[in-house]
Design a protein around this ligand. Structure first.
Ligand SMILES: [Zn+2]
Length: 313
């Protein structure tokens, strides 16, 4: 039998190894948008233990006062990946983290930055929905990472902004947090840089891979409307919530056109009183968006969800 002291020694050693390692096989890529704005592109595929849930894209802004990091990753491991990505580009410290998303990988790494006394800020609407989605986020993420839900530490932003818009001026850069309506998750927001005409869209835009209409969470028509409001900002460059940075036309093609396609085609199917099974079968065969990664997994599910939602409206 193992002596109790031996057990304690082993646990401590394992824990210390965990604390200091935080090193994973996956490394996000850093892409320069301007001299002071960078995207951090996570895995285009699904979440995994290797990518620590960082299958999303985020970014950072270098200001005269320090670095503003948008998003905190899903876990301490992916928060560390973001921190390392910033260090590849600048020696300036991260002085502020902003949360613009509600899905796990946009904010569940908050504790990593809060532990370093770096403030984390978000719109009230975003935090309110993060709170509502915490348990569901925990379950899905722990499943993907192969760990227990309780192992995921959750901390909300240390600073809350009331209202649906908040403009900050940090180190000479104007940053505008905006809630434009619900998207992939309720409470999703964007960060607009009006002078640079760059938008960090969070989960309003999926590039390169197909977006997912999540049961009970993503509301197709709300998302379509929020996307149209985002277009009204006339951004020149887009740092999406998933996939690679792009111009607006690409974001329109990969996300806006697909949302419109779902609303139009599934809507028509309902008008024609086609039943659910037939609609999913017929429309799943359409190849218009098969150029997007994960289309094979998600397109049929999206049509199914779209049908249920549009039918009940
Ligand atoms: Zn996401």
């Amino acid at each position: 039998m193992m002596k109790p002291w031996k057990f304690v020694t082993l646990s401590c050693a394992s824990w210390c190894w965990f604390c200091t390692s935080l090193a994973y096989a996956f490394e996000p890529s850093v892409q320069k948008i301007t001299d002071t704005v960078y995207a951090i592109v996570g895995e285009i595929d699904q979440r995994s233990a290797e990518n620590q849930g960082l299958n999303n894209t985020t970014g950072f802004i270098i200001t005269k006062a320090g670095v503003v990091l948008v998003g905190s990753g899903a876990t301490a491991g992916s928060a560390k990946m973001l921190e390392t990505a910033v260090k590849q580009v600048t020696a300036q410290p991260i002085i502020q983290v902003l949360n613009i998303g509600v899905q796990d990988h946009h904010w569940m790494g908050n504790h990593y930055f809060l532990a370093q006394n770096i403030p984390v800020s978000a719109l009230a609407k975003t935090i309110e929905n993060q709170k509502q989605q915490t348990n569901a986020n925990r379950l899905r993420l722990s499943n993907a990472l192969g760990i227990q839900p309780d192992a995921l530490k959750v901390e909300y932003a240390s600073e809350t902004f009331a209202g649906e818009e908040k403009t900050l001026e940090i180190g000479g850069v104007e940053l505008s947090l905006r809630y434009l309506g619900d998207a992939h998750f309720p409470g999703d927001a964007v960060l607009w840089l009006p002078k640079e005409k760059i938008v960090l869209t969070g989960d309003l835009v999926f590039n390169d891979r197909m977006l997912g209409i999540l049961p009970e969470i993503s509301k197709l028509k709300d998302w379509q409307l929020s996307f149209k409001k985002l277009a009204e900002l006339t951004p020149e460059q887009v740092i999406p919530g998933h996939g690679y940075p792009s111009n607006w036309a690409t974001a329109q093609k990969n996300t806006g056109d697909y949302l419109d396609w779902l609303v139009q085609n599934v809507g028509k199917s309902l008008e024609d009183m086609e039943d659910l099974g037939d609609a999913v079968k017929r429309l799943s065969a359409d190849q218009t968006f098969s150029f997007l990664q994960l289309a094979e997994d998600l397109h049929g599910k999206n049509i199914h969800q779209a049908y249920l939602q549009l039918e009940s409206q």
